[in-house]
Ligand binder design. Structure first.
Ligand SMILES: N[C@@H](CCC(=O)N[C@@H](CS)C(=O)NCC(=O)O)C(=O)O
Length: 346
């Protein structure tokens, strides 16, 4: 069930490139460490049970939001709980080291839509990694999403591409939408193929652009990003979704990058050759996805998009890119993702 080559495995590397410091080397996304699977039959040691697992996310993070979107669209809201962290990093061990990371709200309403941790009463995502595996956690990357097993008190998986597959296939006996299959067998090869270039050029591509430290690197990565967007634009000329006419995980994965693009990536990440709202197909597709996901069986995936969290997260946490943490005025006020689109012509 795992992706043969998971995204985390592809780009092993250093963590300082991600946040805070200005890196002097090429951007590499570090490996996710926890890679266990939950299975319906329990054969993996982690059986799919209601209210046993908990998902920790940030609304800023596109990787975490894909997990939230799949959990919602499958109708697992009453089966898998969710806690949202605050959008801005904090010092996690002020007396010990310099680490800045995801923090839980200390009380309800401290920050809109962020909450205290109801499961572990942790203060930081870092605490969850240290409870699970202190030695490995010393490598120092404490990312979201985190899928937590309440019963054995550990992180089960922190790789979004795997968590969405777990939610898609392993909880069907508990899901409100068991028949929705975002990774059907007959489309798996096509989905994998699309995921591969969408990940390299677009999902992860925007980060490669942002963390380029030479003009040469920037030129190369930004050209790859726009080649990827152009490729998606022309695919969407022929079909409603990326892999034909049915919604798959490939769409949810692309959507989470597109919806952040004009606000965050075009500005803070220097991805400004063309905005998503200037691409006829990508713009309408993003609206379509937003609307389909919002209304599908009350999945309320639209609630996974929170521009307050997105802007606070992107403009505050990448200190090397935006040292004064100014949040630019942006355009969310005029882009209404719920306005008509032309995608139902297919
Ligand atoms: N491979 C991971 C990547 C997740 C990831 O990069 N999350 C970022 C937020 S967008 C994070 O939590 N970074 C915090 C840190 O690295 O300390 C996945 O797809 O699940």
């Amino acid at each position: 069930m795992a992706e043969e080559r998971s995204e985390g495995d592809k780009d092993a590397g250093d963590t300082a490139a991600l946040f805070g410091k200005v890196p002097s080397y090429k951007f590499k996304r570090p490996n996710a460490v926890f890679r266990n699977f939950i299975t319906q039959d329990g054969s993996s040691g982690y059986p799919a049970e209601a209210n046993r697992y908990h998902l920790y996310i940030s609304y800023g993070c596109p990787w975490a939001c894909r997990c939230l979107a799949v959990r919602n669209i499958k109708g697992l809201q009453d089966v898998i709980g969710v806690t949202v962290v605050k959008p801005v990093f904090e010092r996690t061990r002020p007396d010990l080291d310099e680490h800045m990371g995801w923090a839980f709200a200390t009380f309800e309403n401290e920050e809109p839509r962020a909450s205290p941790d109801p499961i572990n009463n942790a203060k930081f995502i870092r605490d969850l990694y240290e409870i699970s595996d202190l030695e490995n956690s010393k490598k120092g990357r404490y990312s979201v999403p985190v899928l937590w097993d309440i019963k054995s008190n550990t992180i089960v998986n922190n790789e979004s591409s795997e968590i969405i597959r777990i939610f898609n296939s392993e909880f069907n006996h508990l899901a409100r939408n068991p028949d929705l299959n975002l990774y059907p067998v007959e489309l798996q090869a096509s989905i994998d193929e699309v995921n591969s270039w969408v990940y390299d050029d677009i999902n992860n591509g925007v980060y490669k652009v942002a963390f380029s430290t030479t003009q040469e690197d920037y030129d190369r990565t930004v050209n790859a990003l726009y080649a990827g967007l152009d490729r998606a634009e022309s695919l969407l000329e022929e079909h409603r979704y990326l892999v034909g006419d049915i919604l798959t995980e490939a769409d949810i994965r692309l959507f989470m990058t597109l919806i952040r693009f004009d606000e965050a990536y075009a500005v803070n990440f220097k991805c400004n050759k063309r905005l998503i709202r200037e691409y006829p197909n990508l713009f309408n597709y993003t609206k379509d996805l937003f609307q389909v996901l919002c209304t599908w069986q009350d999945s309320r995936v639209g609630e996974t998009v929170d521009f307050y969290h997105i802007c606070k997260c992107y403009f505050s946490n990448f200190v090397g890119l935006n040292p004064y943490k100014i949040i630019p005025i942006g355009s969310t006020s005029w882009v209404d993702w719920s306005t008509p689109h032309n995608r139902d012509r297919f």
